[in-house]
Design a protein around this ligand. Structure first.
Ligand code: SF4
Length: 106
């Protein structure tokens, strides 16, 4: 009986210890991401074609928020009415943490 009890106990304790370590790592090492990235990405065409010079739509959304992208028309498949105007309206309603509005145009 003990030959099965000890491995089960050891594996159980190891599981609990690793669970605690993982929860601590999750608590203290989590990187907070700007929630606007997800929202702007959803407003883009989502072709992930790379025609804008970034690896995909998410990277383009990040570049918009960082100020690296100044012209939304770098997204070649994007349309003003369908994509760019909603992004501009979104950015106007969701300023940076310091209150400034992302400087980008069509
Ligand atoms: S060009 Fe537009 S659709 Fe293509 S990856 Fe860039 S943002 Fe996405």
């Amino acid at each position: 009986m003990t030959e099965i009890l000890y491995p089960v106990l050891i594996l159980g304790l190891l599981s609990v210890a690793l669970g605690i370590v993982l929860s601590l790592v999750n608590k203290y090492l989590t990187v907070e991401e700007d929630p606007r990235i997800d929202d702007i990405e959803k407003l883009l065409p989502l072709y992930n074609c790379g025609a804008c010079g970034t690896p995909g739509c998410r990277a383009f959304a990040e570049a918009i928020l960082s100020g690296e992208v100044k012209n939304l028309s770098r997204c070649k498949p994007g349309k003003a009415d369908k994509h760019f105007n909603p992004i501009l309206a979104y950015l106007k309603d969701h300023p940076n943490p310091d209150g400034t509005i992302v400087d980008v145009k069509i």
